[in-house]
Design a protein around this ligand. Sequence first.
Ligand SMILES: N[C@@H]1[C@@H](O)[C@H](O)[C@@H](COP(=O)(O)O)O[C@@H]1O
Length: 332
Amino acid sequence: MKVIICSTQDEASEWAASLLMPLFRTPKSIRLGLATGATMIPVYRALVRQLGAMQGPMIRHVKTFNLDEYWPIDPDHPGSFATFMRQHVFSQITPYLDQVHFLRGNARNPDEECQHYEALLSAQPLDCQLLGLGVNGHIGFNEPGTSFTSRTRKVHLSDTTIQRNSRQFPGIVPQEALTVGIANIMEAQHIILVAWGLEKRAALTRAVCGPVGEDYSGPQKLDNFGGRQVLHWTYDGETKTAFCHLQKPSGARNAQGRKNRQPDCRRIRHSSQSTASLEAPGARELSAVIYRVPSAPTTGPSPPTTADRALCGNRQTDHTSRVAQKKIWPRP
Ligand SMILES: N[C@@H]1[C@@H](O)[C@H](O)[C@@H](COP(=O)(O)O)O[C@@H]1O
């Protein structure tokens, strides 16, 4: 994993968008997983801006697959993720996209809808999955307690998620949703996670420092599949900004046994950044390049690497105590 820090949400959004751009530049057909949530608004704004005048020719080969949707909900409901995507992305680029796929929140038979979506996803792995992060560490709508092997299905939302998402939802938040599973997410060749805000600090810290476990559906699970991965991470304690990018190693094999391609992402400049603790209230930058070698799937936490220790302190203990004894690195 690699960890990078940005000073502002806008900067993090520009990074996320710039990491997606190589996918748009490749001539071959691309399958892109998309996310929703307030975090994604500036990311999509940056993406549309970076695509700019070139967007027509550049995105004609891109198929998109959204992660999740409330259920039941009409796609035209102002709180639906379908509406979110239309407002923030598709109204500006859809005419050029190859195909747009959603889990339909108004499906009469949610199980059939999930099977249908699963078949679409299973046909070929996603080239990239864009992810936000729930305050309780959820990705997609995979709440804490979700199995690592979970696939597309209907789920009950946790009280935390319902309460948090009610801020952006006009009316009463549905208590159920359709979501792709952790296993679907992990089959993507590249994963880009974007998160910020003090309320997500614990989830972010655990994502980097572990431990791995199904009690927490956050992105630390991403270490648990497909071999070594790379994470670019950003966090800023003052502006409450964080951002990370994961990609599978070029040698890893995907669920279909095919070898992953050489990662094709922009290199991040590490040397210009100082190292700081995720938990440091005044931390401005975090530049530790974190490479984590995963333990076997669904087993306990992987042993800390040197970079983990730099980030999380020296003792390998449980999450709480590791967070409690964070070190703070002053800026140079
Ligand atoms: N299902 C989505 C998640 O995919 C998203 O990551 C999360 C974060 O939302 P926000 O960016 O608003 O914090 O919101 C919802 O719960």
